[in-house]
Design a protein. Structure first.
Length: 338
């Protein structure tokens, strides 16, 4: 758009301490209402980053910002580079979906602030959104690659190997998001008609999905819980190594970023590349379920998608021709059913 954007005065790591009536109340107003805990946390973080950005870039607060100011902020946000997810990764620009989420948080911030009389005008209403491709980026692993990934987490090589094996196995067999697996607790395991079931609460919408565990996988989960002496709370925990080399399971939730890190670490050790993450395992679950002949309605329910079309976009095959229904149709023509 040709809007000149000033260079930031330096790293912006925290939002400025401005009067409560200018910052805290609009932030609280923006995240009030029927938002999931994860969305509320993300919006709160995005709004505070926005406040830090405009203060650092232009020396202004939200009440005095104009549309031109916000447009310059948006241009700067789109052009800046952020560190890679791994230590050796090159800096990169934020994805369109991430930028759109930050813009959505700012729009909600001003909209709710105006509705409650905290702002006299909404300068964010015309902020643009970036076009996001219909197909999700990433990859779906083959069954052989899944085996290599699990083999890179030897369960008999220590507590970390056992935990990582369980984490990756659950991601692969439930299609859940990393945050959903992170919140799974011992109390979410039960038996139903002789089948071990893991209940997961979705990050989006709070709906609960129930996932049957194969007997061998159930045994792996039980072995980890027993070794880690986990009697309640989350199944996945942080593991620390003491000075004497002894590994200890810590209480508390293993965050989604830690799960992303362990998946990338094990994928690199398996020769699959450090760019493999939990969402690739989600795509793998959906793709392999489709290849296995499961109805897309059931796959969509298990994945927690709102529409079948959304599930369909997650099916990533290296060669679609072999799945073309024309083969089946021609086979029926050549060999008509009795």
């Amino acid at each position: 758009m040709g809007v000149p954007v000033p260079d930031p005065p330096g790293p912006i790591t925290a939002y400025p301490s401005l009067p409560r009536g200018i910052i805290s109340d609009p932030v609280e107003a923006a995240v009030a209402g029927s938002l999931s805990p994860e969305t509320k946390a993300a919006y709160t973080r995005d709004i505070r980053l926005f406040l830090a950005d405009i203060h650092g870039l232009f020396g202004i607060g939200p009440a005095t910002a104009t549309f031109d100011d916000l447009l310059r902020w948006w241009e700067w946000l789109k052009s800046r580079e952020i560190p890679g997810k791994t230590k050796d990764a090159e800096p990169r620009k934020a994805r369109p979906s991430t930028l759109n989420r930050r813009v959505a948080a700012v729009k909600r911030f001003y909209r709710e602030g105006c509705r409650r009389g905290l702002f006299s005008a909404d300068p964010s209403a015309s902020l643009p959104l970036l076009r996001v491709g219909k197909d999700p980026i990433g990859r779906a692993l083959t069954p052989a690659e899944c085996g290599r990934l699990l083999a890179a987490c030897p369960r008999d090589a220590g507590l970390r190997g056992a935990r990582d094996h369980v984490a990756i196995a659950l991601l692969l067999t439930t299609g859940a998001r990393a945050s959903e697996v992170a919140r799974a607790g011992v109390a979410d395991l039960s038996f139903d008609a002789g089948v071990r079931v893991l209940a997961l609460k979705q990050r989006k919408g709070g709906k609960e999905t129930r996932h049957p565990l194969a007997p061998s996988l159930s045994a792996v989960v039980d072995a980890w819980v027993a070794r880690g002496k986990i009697t309640d709370g989350p199944i996945l925990r942080a593991v620390v190594r003491l000075q004497d080399g002894l590994e200890v399971v810590r209480p508390g939730v293993l965050g989604r970023r830690s799960i992303h890190a362990l998946v990338s670490f094990r994928a690199e050790r398996a020769g699959l590349g450090a760019d493999v993450g939990p969402h690739d395992l989600r795509k793998t679950f959906i793709t392999m379920s489709s290849d296995g002949g499961h109805d897309l309605v059931d796959v969509s329910d298990a994945a927690g998608h709102s529409t079948i079309e959304q599930t369909r976009r997650y099916i990533l095959r290296s060669e679609n021709l072999v799945h073309n229904p024309g083969f089946t149709v021609w086979g029926m023509i050549e060999h008509p059913p009795e």
